[in-house]
Design a protein around this ligand. Structure first.
Ligand code: ACO
Length: 324
């Protein structure tokens, strides 16, 4: 008998305000043509002044809980991934815990940038497998617009805000890839690449929140390679053939990274869930947002096998194999 983390609810939230590429061209020297050609991004959602990450995460969580037929009371654990927390401390997860009326268990944040959802999923899945918790909420949320330098055209056109989450529940499986739930998750990091994508600030360095700064070419060089390699590794480790994967649901960095990852891996773009045109890069929120969109559109169906690779600042990267 193997304990599996089965996904029993999915939720998402995107702030109302939409900014088009033409809107971005009014702020910095850029164009719709440049952004679409280099990134595939057409629009992004931006949170307004009063909308924090915990507010967005709570809205997504309420949807996922309703979806699962549960309330906050039923949760034993919240793991929340973000690089745009409400405050330096406490964890954004505890604000979500309070807003959901969850009075027990524990709630904490993980910081792994665009791989954050995979890191959070791994933590929650581990605790479920060990029998430490039965029901967990795993959230990816970002208000990247609040840490974006809107004078820097190299970065400001790339990012958006949003929240996505899943509710996991412990279920007995046979320990084979036919089980439903999270089959496996691999996570990695290499801190020597931290300067290539980071915030310009931090409480223990310059006391500032800082803005996103990025060496775009270096990120691009590693992203597709790392995501394709870790995808193949998790398939091999679990004895699953690429042909058995129904959908690739990758971190939505930009369309060229998605295409390069799919090509390296050998999976056709028809099997890739892509939301980058409508959401831009929402870092930790992008994979659960893509999951939610995939389910809403009717593409992702129960019983299907999903491969979720991600890569982000750190550098961090990883992949999860999930049977829906
Ligand atoms: N509009 C117009 N021109 C721009 C813009 C913009 N928004 N941004 C940069 N440029 C200019 C540059 O200044 C440069 O001009 P120059 O030649 O006069 O110096 C020119 O465009 C070409 O710049 P390149 O860096 O060669 O452009 P490139 O084809 O590499 O595309 C991009 C840049 C899109 C950032 C690319 O490097 C990329 O996709 N990198 C990955 C970054 C990414 O996705 N980061 C997300 C976070 S990490 C993650 O999620 C995995």
């Amino acid at each position: 008998m193997t304990l599996r983390s089965r996904i029993i609810g999915i939720g998402s939230f995107l702030p109302e305000h939409i900014s088009t590429n033409d809107d971005m061209a009014k702020i910095v020297d850029t164009s719709d043509e440049w952004i679409v050609e280099r990134t595939g991004i057409r629009v992004r959602h931006f949170a307004d002044e009063n909308m924090s990450s915990s507010v967005m995460a709570t809205k997504a969580a309420q949807q996922a809980l309703a979806n699962a037929g549960l309330t906050g009371d039923d949760l034993d654990l919240i793991v929340l991934a973000t690089v745009s927390p409400d405050k330096t401390f406490p964890a954004t997860a505890v604000y979500v815990q309070a807003a959901l009326g969850m009075k027990r268990g524990c709630a904490f944040d993980v910081v792994a940038a665009c791989s954050g959802f995979l890191y959070a999923l791994r933590m929650a899945d581990n605790m479920i497998r060990l029998g430490q918790v039965k029901t967990a909420l795993v959230v990816g949320v970002e208000t990247l617009s609040k840490i974006t330098d809107f004078k820097d055209r190299n970065t400001c056109v790339l990012f958006g805000d949003g929240a996505g989450c899943v509710v996991l529940r412990a279920e007995e499986g046979k320990g084979t890839p036919a089980d439903r739930g999270v089959l496996d998750t691999l996570i990695y990091s290499d801190g020597s690449y931290a300067p290539d994508l980071c915030s310009t600030g931090g409480p223990s360095t310059n006391h500032e929140v800082g803005y996103i700064t990025m060496n775009g070419r270096e990120v691009f060089r590693h992203a597709a390679v790392n995501m394709a390699e870790v995808s193949q590794e998790i398939l091999d480790k679990n004895g699953v053939a690429l042909a058995d994967v129904d959908w690739l649901v990758p971190h939505q960095a930009n369309i060229r990274i998605l295409e390069a990852t799919a090509k390296r891996l050998g999976i056709p773009m028809e099997k890739v869930i892509s939301t980058v045109d409508l959401h831009a890069n929402t870092s930790a929120a992008s994979i659960p947002l893509a999951l939610a969109e995939g389910v809403k559109s009717g593409k992702l169906k129960e019983g299907q096998l999903l491969l979720l690779p991600g890569m982000g600042a750190g550098f961090t990267w990883g992949a999860s194999l999930i049977r829906l």
